[in-house]
Design a protein around this ligand. Structure first.
Ligand code: MEV
Length: 442
């Protein structure tokens, strides 16, 4: 154990943190030390900025930042910045964008922008008395108490839109929450919401203590457990859609009608079968997360919300829908997305600023639309591959390139081997064998 426990790690210099780490956790590996420092940025100011995003930083972790061009969204052209480590995701998005470009592109609609936060508490006194007190007295006090915090947001047209008391005693004895609804305009609003909730929590405690309406045992029975925003925002929701005549579904390997029917089958399977729904939604999130990360938003929040929404019927289902009616193929995604274009990383991270600029400095509603389109496009591309050629063909091309890069192949070697593997299954073993053969022969 000696050496493995450290005090004041955060106060060590970056070099000392690495020295301590490699000494105690890698047998003093010089290679690991070199790798960790290899990713430091020469630009000291930029490095400092990255160091300060998080704590105990010792290196940077780069992810590819790519562009999926040719997205026609509500009549406007976009190039989508996408941050992802998974090969084929950006290419798939770009392919789907191109496919829909001459069919009217993507259309979108924001269905709501309400964010939520809760004060969770237990109360064992008289329910009716508490409810009346909340309705006729506390609610106004809570709103007044946050007037200062909400001032700026109100001047931008946002703020608190409702405060309700939810009786949850049927789920858990004595459990209630106060649900506060917010319009956080162009910010994701997490800090704003949590600040409002914590201020309200103070008022709830104070007002209860001072109240003459409650007996001391009722006052003592009030126990506030926590106050926090909810990442589940079903009413902060957006819809993205594509549609065309069935005959326009030009996929070459099968007839448009056969494609439309098979496509709908795939969507229907994800609606009824959880095993498939999970993978189906993973594909949607490939597109969503990549733009969410590129624009500096909280992908963990977006992910957890999407999966809760997918389970809203009591069963986990696919997030996209498809109908074929009167020879029209319609395919859409409805998803809650809590996104911001101000605050958080948006001003701080230069690449996030660049992403937002490329997206024409969108409002948060516009960004919701773009992100939903990215998810829909990704799902379209995945299903199209799955029901036609299978996904391995596209994946293997990238896989081959990754292996060849690892082997240090030259451009001409890459070209020769890519041709060789055009119609063959790519396996690491076979690529290494062919690569070695090529080197031996040259
Ligand atoms: C791979 O990252 C995503 C897919 O598996 C999604 C899907 O199956 O729909 C291709």
């Amino acid at each position: 154990m000696e050496g493995l426990i450290v005090n004041g790690f955060s106060r060590l210099s970056k070099e000392d943190r690495i020295n301590w780490l490699v000494k105690n956790f890698t047998n003093n590996s010089l290679k690991t030390k070199e790798i960790l420092s290899q990713y430091w940025l020469d630009n000291k100011e930029l490095q400092k900025l990255h160091d300060e995003f998080s704590e105990n930083t010792i290196s940077n972790f780069f992810l590819p930042w790519g562009i999926a061009p040719n997205f026609l969204i509500d009549g406007e052209m976009y190039a989508l910045p996408m941050v992802t480590e998974e090969s084929s995701v950006v290419a798939a998005a770009a392919n789907a964008a191109k496919f829909w470009l001459n069919k009217g592109g993507f259309s979108t609609q924001v269905l709501g922008t309400t964010k939520l936060g809760h004060i969770h508490f237990f109360y064992k006194g008289n329910k009716e008395k508490f409810t009346n007190w909340f309705q006729n007295f506390l609610k106004i006090k809570l709103e007044d108490a946050t007037a200062e915090i909400t001032q700026n947001m109100r001047s931008r047209g946002g703020g608190i839109t409702s405060i309700i008391l939810q009786d949850n005693t049927a789920k858990l004895e004595g459990y209630y929450f106060i649900e506060v609804s917010f319009d956080t305009r162009d910010s994701m609003g997490a800090n704003f919401i949590n600040s409002c909730l914590e201020e309200m929590t103070k008022i709830l405690k104070e007002e209860m203590n001072q109240s003459e309406s409650f007996q001391s045992n009722e006052k003592e029975s009030l126990q506030i457990t926590m106050s926090i925003l909810s990442n589940y925002v079903p009413d902060c929701r957006v819809r993205a859609e594509v549609c065309c005549e069935v005959d326009e579904l030009d996929v070459k390997v099968m007839s448009p009608y056969e494609f439309a029917v098979k496509f709908k089958q795939a969507i229907d399977i994800a609606t009824v079968e959880t095993f498939r729904a999970t993978t189906h939604n993973k594909g949607i999130m490939n597109g969503i997360d990549a733009v969410v990360i590129a624009t500096g938003n909280d992908f963990r929040a977006v992910e957890s919300c999407a999966h809760t929404y997918a389970s809203r019927s009591g069963k986990y289902r696919g997030l996209t829908n498809c109908i074929i009616e009167d020879n029209i193929f319609r395919f859409w995604l409805e998803i809650p997305l809590a996104l911001g274009v101000v605050g958080g990383l948006t001003k701080l991270h230069p690449l996030v600023r660049a992403s937002l600029e490329i997206l024409k400095k969108p409002t948060s509603e516009k960004l919701m639309k773009i992100v939903a389109v990215s998810g829909l496009a990704q799902n379209f591309a995945a299903i199209r591959s799955l029901i036609t050629t299978g996904i391995q063909k596209g994946h293997m091309k990238m896989h081959l390139l990754n292996i060849l890069n690892q082997l240090g192949a030259t451009n001409s070697e890459k070209e020769l081997l890519s041709n060789l593997f055009k119609d063959q299954i790519v396996s690491h073993h076979r690529v290494v064998k062919e690569f070695n053969k090529l080197r031996r022969n040259s």
